[in-house]
Design a protein around this ligand. Sequence first.
Ligand SMILES: NC(=O)c1ccc[n+]([C@@H]2O[C@H](COP(=O)([O-])OP(=O)(O)OC[C@H]3O[C@@H](n4cnc5c(N)ncnc54)[C@H](O)[C@@H]3O)[C@@H](O)[C@H]2O)c1
Length: 332
Amino acid sequence: MNKVIVTGGAGYIGSHTCLKLIEKGYEPIIIDNLSNTNLENIRGLEIISKKKVFFYNIDCCDKWKLEKIIKQKIGIIGAIHFAAFKSVEESVKFPEKYYRNNIDSLKSLLSVMKTNKLNNIIFSSSCSVYGNPETLPVHEQTLFKKAESPYSETKQLCEKMINKSELFSVSLRYFNPIGSHDSGLIGDRSLNSSSNIVPIICEVASGKRDKLVINGNDYNTNDGSCVRDYIHVEDLADAHIKALKYCIKNKNKSIFNLGIGKGVSVKELVKLFQKTNNKKIKFEYGPRRSGDIAEIYSDTKKSNKILNWSAKKTVKQALISSWKWELQKHKK
Ligand SMILES: NC(=O)c1ccc[n+]([C@@H]2O[C@H](COP(=O)([O-])OP(=O)(O)OC[C@H]3O[C@@H](n4cnc5c(N)ncnc54)[C@H](O)[C@@H]3O)[C@@H](O)[C@H]2O)c1
């Protein structure tokens, strides 16, 4: 009785979480339509874990196909729902695409879970649900402010849908996931070029991009650049196992922030990357990006205390593994 449905499990955070699940004796059943990844992450998972992984290439919005898989499997204890599109920039250009995929995939999963009496869902939320917060650090009781992008709005709407459902749930609000597994065999295989800072820094370091454009040098922060809370993806993955156990045991609805609890500015991040990986990063300042807020970092007291979880890895370790992942990708 230890199978876990993992939608989006072939993606970046999903693949790292599947590995942790396997290491802890669970059996992930991956549902992923490969819309933003490829089979290499499944292959990587099998190489690292030395186990065959259940993988189904289907769209989570397709209720009937999802149902067929869930009905076939005995011993499913819950679901972790990663399947969604994640680019803030793209969501501004194509909002419908985001509303449709991110909301319909959850709707379909919730409905299939209900009819099959599966009670426990862990949901991938985001710190962007807080909008532009008035006070920092943000804690889980902070009320949602206006979403800064259609992507963030889908996360707010999904959390509300989960709250209204009859299921037991944990919504995990990730801050800024970075880093990769040390093997370099699983990672972020996004099909389009990233708009996230660390992948961009890595691409400048590897020569794939000419330079980094730091968007905004005049924010009301210590050095004028945006401040974020960067969290290693392996720490995030650990939190999912704890959240699943917590959900099964406590049979309630909960929300947890997942971050380090410390803000790091873009300029500090670039400096740290250069020093740690001994690589020069050419950069220039550009205009602010729409949808970016000046500063956000987490209050992690609740996840520390109730989930007994805290980040173990440093930003420096995450930057070393990010660079390793970039080099590994270029070998292919
Ligand atoms: N990476 C981040 O910065 C970040 C931050 C906060 C929250 N999140 C959330 O965490 C989750 C995972 O993010 P990630 O960084 O691993 O992204 P990712 O794109 O690497 O992973 C998402 C996976 O879901 C799959 N997918 C998308 N729509 C699907 C559908 N309808 N049916 C089946 N599979 C589908 C994609 O192919 C991909 O493998 C997402 O919900 C994302 O919104 C990510």
